[in-house]
Design a protein around this ligand. Structure first.
Ligand SMILES: Cc1cc2nc3c(=O)[nH]c(=O)nc-3n(C[C@H](O)[C@H](O)[C@H](O)COP(=O)(O)OP(=O)(O)OC[C@H]3O[C@@H](n4cnc5c(N)ncnc54)[C@H](O)[C@@H]3O)c2cc1C
Length: 399
């Protein structure tokens, strides 16, 4: 006799496992970094990862031409740097090979194919109960390392279900090869939207990029120095608004007036905006020159409606497209699996406490990699968490 889904008699009881040391959810750069720092502090940990590899975002959900947006020195994890031979902007393959080396160096062995679907604090035992499909793990500490980019963010666009062409989010986009000669609508103009549009150009497709809101585009380098390093250095000496003014002046000299291309700049400067909202400026890697030469068409404003064959825009234009790529970003998935999350997390799954205190939660709960500061933020969180848990661990052992 066959069994149907949800038939309780066929469900095996979950295994209960008491973990000595913290349970870390997620084996991306943040999970690896915090596990390595804990090890350095003499604390063992257990990583649970839903996919079948480390750094699944980088290995499985990013496009082929991706390189680190920031220079290597800002993307290294604590205690173990990039191999010396790596270029200034490592490719995604190089970055993944570094993370594999990193895991090997610290003998980090995550348990793969474990989807954490529920985690809750048990007041009676003082332990976190972390549930996967087949096990229940118990630990004094729970470290959330599931990332700011855990799930694709798909906005509600009228008619999207009617589109008969190929519709994909950037997390499913690999290369422009399969879009050759196609008219492609790219919805979104952040770093991913720009890079995907550039990649489409390189593969002889015809990208149309929707620019809904204002965005800062900065050259990736200024006078041979990365814009990010330049900003970091200047901020040590000058007030933020002065640095913003300087960046915008140099951006104007190098890139020209982006307003003329249909890409409006926000009124607030790039660093001030990043600090206030987390909105990252786009670091241009040649997409702008393709916009100037008309190979990437800018569609200003919001898409009003997706139709069977294309899209209607706010200004009344209607265009046909073969494919649509949603470069609409990502979201955290913490509220879907962490119970009673609203003490520590906001509705968007980001910590309520602002950086640099965002790593600290209540009752042994910690978060790593939720700072909107990329891998630099991950490193600082990992070091702080390991120090804090290391102290608690030593006190416990001394009793
Ligand atoms: C296209 C792109 C380019 C980027 N470039 C840069 C850059 O150049 N420099 C930079 O600093 N940052 C960059 N970032 C930001 C980047 O996401 C982070 O710096 C880095 O990947 C964050 O690592 P993380 O471990 O916090 O999250 P992730 O890399 O997302 O890892 C989280 C892990 O948690 C797992 N997970 C999620 N939910 C569960 C669950 N319920 N149960 C079990 N496992 C789960 C996921 O499978 C994943 O492996 C980029 C992001 C994107 C999307």
């Amino acid at each position: 006799m066959g069994s149907c889904k949800g038939d309780k008699s066929t469900q095996l009881p979950k295994r209960n496992i008491l973990v000595h040391g913290p349970v870390i959810v997620g084996a991306g750069p943040s999970g690896l970094a915090v596990s390595a720092c804990l090890k350095e502090n003499g604390v063992p940990s257990l990583i649970l990862e839903r996919s079948d590899c480390i750094a699944s975002l980088w290995q499985q959900r990013t496009y082929d031409r991706l390189k680190l947006h920031l220079p290597r020195q800002f993307c290294e994890l604590p205690l173990f740097g990039f191999p010396k031979k790596f270029p200034k902007y490592p490719t995604k393959c190089e970055f993944v090979s570094y993370l594999e080396l990193y895991a090997k160096h610290f003998s980090i062995e995550p348990i793969f194919k474990k989807v954490v679907h529920k985690a809750e604090f048990d007041e009676f035992s003082g332990l976190w109960k972390v549930q996967t499909q087949d096990c229940e793990y118990f630990s004094r500490w729970l470290i959330v390392a599931t990332g700011e980019n855990a799930e694709a963010y798909i906005p509600e666009i009228q008619g999207i279900e009617k589109f008969e062409g190929h519709l994909v989010h950037t997390s499913g986009y690999k290369s422009g090869l399969e879009f050759e000669k196609q008219r492609v609508l790219v919805v979104g103009c952040g770093n991913s939207g720009m890079e995907v549009s550039l990649d489409l150009c390189r593969h002889n497709a015809f990208p149309h990029m929707v620019v809904r809101s204002s965005v800062h585009i900065l050259p990736r380098e200024m006078f041979g120095v990365s814009t990010f390093s330049m900003a970091m250095t200047l901020l040590k000496w000058f007030p933020l608004r002065v640095v913003d003014k300087f960046l915008l002046l140099v951006a104007y000299l190098i890139l020209g007036n982006t307003d003329n291309l249909g890409i409006k700049r926000p009124k607030t400067g790039p660093i001030e905006l990043k600090n206030a909202t987390g909105k990252t400026p786009v670091l241009d890697v040649e997409a702008l020159s393709q916009i100037k030469s008309g190979n990437i068409k800018v569609m200003e404003g919001v898409v009003r409606e997706i139709t069977m064959k294309g899209a209607k825009f706010m200004d009344g234009q209607e265009k046909e497209f073969d494919s649509i790529i949603l470069a609409t970003g990502y979201k955290s998935n913490v509220p879907t699996w962490l119970k009673d999350w609203d003490d520590t997390f906001s509705e968007d799954g980001m910590p309520k406490r602002p950086f640099p205190e965002s790593w600290r939660g209540e009752k042994g709960l910690f978060t790593v990699g939720f700072t909107k500061r990329g891998l630099l933020g991950t490193s600082s969180d990992a070091i702080n968490i390991a120090r804090e848990i290391g102290d608690q661990w030593r006190k416990m052992r001394a009793k």
